[in-house]
Design a protein around this ligand. Sequence first.
Ligand code: ADP
Ligand code: MG
Length: 445
Amino acid sequence: MLECEVKSGWAQFIEFIEARCSSAEFENWIAPIRLIESAHEETTLEVPNVFVQEYLLGNFKEVLADFLPLRASGDPAIRFVVAHPIPRNTSSPSGPIEPDDAPLTDLKLNPLYTFDHFIEGPSNQFVKSAAVGVAARPGKSYNPLFIHGGVGLGKTHLLHSIGHYVLENHKKLRVQSITTEAFINDIVDNLRLKSIDKMKRFYRNLDVLLVDDIQFLQNRLNFEEEFCNTFETLLNQNKQIIITSDKAPGQLKLSERMIARMEWGLVAHMGVPDLETRVAIIKHKSELRGMSISNQIAFFIAEHIYNNVRQIEGAVNRLCAHSRFAASNLNEEIVERILSEMFQTTTPHKRISVENILKSVAAVFEVRISELKGESRHKEIAIARQVAMYLAKEMIDDSLMKIAASFGGKTHSTLLHAWKKVSDQIQVNEMLRRQVQMVRRNIET
Ligand code: ADP
Ligand code: MG
């Protein structure tokens, strides 16, 4: 009797969810899940990858709890098994481990991380178009493409988008996506199995290599050399490499040789999205979850969470879970209550203004604030002014036009030009980098 109820529990959940999420969401995330077993105390589900598992629990834990048996903790009692990927060869799985069976990472791309789902804005337009260029003509434009930027800004999303695009449009090319950690683990495992040559061949036979989070290679001296050799071999054969990192190449604690290789192609920065872009992201993410958030609420969230898209997404998830798809009766008060912790943790202690920045730049560069706002082309003043503009764009969340106007009525293209120039200069000019850091620290404390 109970078993029968449990069995229909999953089916009921599916019915409930299907009626409430978009068809894309359902197809991408829910449909691939298979019910393996529903026992009294536990439901076993097979998922194609851990993303699907995380997605299910991240978004529907409470709904699942309404339909499935629970653990003592109140969580739904679900056991997940990840489906076996299609084996690379047909040798018996119980036989001795052949080098070909070596646990090289399988291509794991998040199905939702595609170009279509990537919202563009001034902060990421350049890096997105570089990514599209590389995906369209792998190995023929910028190589490697190095994408750097803060946590949760969409680097992995863009990286996987390139992977999806290549798989779909260049069917003959072999793509591999790895995290730096996984690459290191592969080396360790293959050393143990004495199959390191096989592994080398595997990596070196790829056409497109996607490397996520290269910063984890820092302080891993033994592995850095192997990584670098692999890179060089691939680059010499015009095989495409795309790397993400939380810092620019020059700021990573890696060998000069490695840094030089990474700077060989195009280094693109991923910035913090501006208000309008964040609103567009909130609207897109909520629609993916079958919920439509009004512009007013989207702006409200975007104004309170501004430096990390992953947090914005977490906020949307939380809203969806709480309001159980009844978005129409959300108002600012309810949203603030539901998201209050997220708002608090992301609100800076102090609002940074152009005036704060000018004051700090004037002190460090020993110029007057009036000179920073003026027109003088005197070299020292011009550089200080550009640094102030760079920091204003980096640190202040306002439209470029408004920020530019605070510099004695400059235009937004002057601001962008200054920002680009300083971004480039601090990669090569150690002195300037230190000065910029000093100003930034003064402003932030
Ligand atoms: P990173 O690798 O830079 O830490 P991720 O790529 O993991 O960040 O992005 C975090 C989350 O934010 C992902 O779910 C991603 O889909 C989302 N995201 C980031 N930027 C965008 C964007 N421009 N458009 C849509 N989603 C985005
Ligand atoms: Mg990432």
